[in-house]
Ligand binder design. Sequence first.
Ligand SMILES: *[C@@H]1O[C@H](CO)[C@@H](O)[C@H](O)[C@H]1NC(C)=O
Length: 330
Amino acid sequence: MAVSNSENIYTIAPVKFIRATRALLLFIINHYLKMLFLGVLLTLLFSLSRLSDATELVKRGSLEQVTDFGDNPTGARMYIYVPEKLVHNPPIVVAVHYCSASAEIYFSGTPYAKLADTHGFIVLYPESTNEGACWDVSSDKTMIHNGGGDSNSIASMIRHTIKHYKSDTKKVFVMGSSSGAMMTNILAATYPELFAAASVYAGAPAGCFYTGTVAGWNSTCAQGEVVGTQEYWANVAKSMYPGYEGLRPRMRIYHGSADTTLYPQNYQETIKQWTGIFGYTDTPKGMFGSDPADPYTRYAYGENVEGAYGIGITHNLNMFGHADLEWFGI
Ligand SMILES: *[C@@H]1O[C@H](CO)[C@@H](O)[C@H](O)[C@H]1NC(C)=O
């Protein structure tokens, strides 16, 4: 077509002008559309990043409560500490308080939150709502996998945290003192699939504190008068998750020889329970003086069971945060 060819001698000035204007307009529209597209894309990306922020459960760098964490048959409370600098697929340390304590008290009184700042893991602090803030380590329902007791509620908190922070499921650990130590043994027995390792500070074997009531007090166990064989204790632990054949957590047991709340015999019984589970003898294969510190001696019964026994130490045990992290492999 004659008019469309710019080399055509019949092309006249106004046509050139119109074509130039049209080209300019097209350029502007094209450019504008590109910018618009870019704008929409940026807005979308920004809101997506906001969205991924929203999957964070709590504000970082302080102890925070989480309310909806799933099945919570006993109404236990969930608190967590998420450090500012979190590693990818962060490990979780569950820290279980003693009687009369709280998440807040355990948060400020144990070394794990500070260690989390350095190592980038999450600390989960369950809080008991039982009378006297003791954990239920005595009822039938807390001593069975998904049985509807406190162990069940704590397991829900852990699963919720794993899901929201995409935690490495091979790096979930539990530690606790006194009532929390007994709960640690119960958690290791009722939810062995959840934990890679545990640290027990002045507790009693899983099942030892049985009374058949919620948060009862078994003085026979407390006074170290429930004495069983390795087989007896291993069977008590196994009965808490019948049919379970998978991996079980590595256990470290701390106790003091002058403990008059949960008598030191409970150290021997707990060692029997876990060495029984792993098929070790209950005589130590290795003995390490002043480990983790004086006056404790560390005893190695096998790769998965260790004890640390402090001569002259009461129920008010020292906490060994660094040694625990080593034991956990964080
Ligand atoms: C204390 O626990 C043991 C098992 O460890 C049990 O045989 C005993 O009956 C319990 N005592 C009470 C008062 O429930």
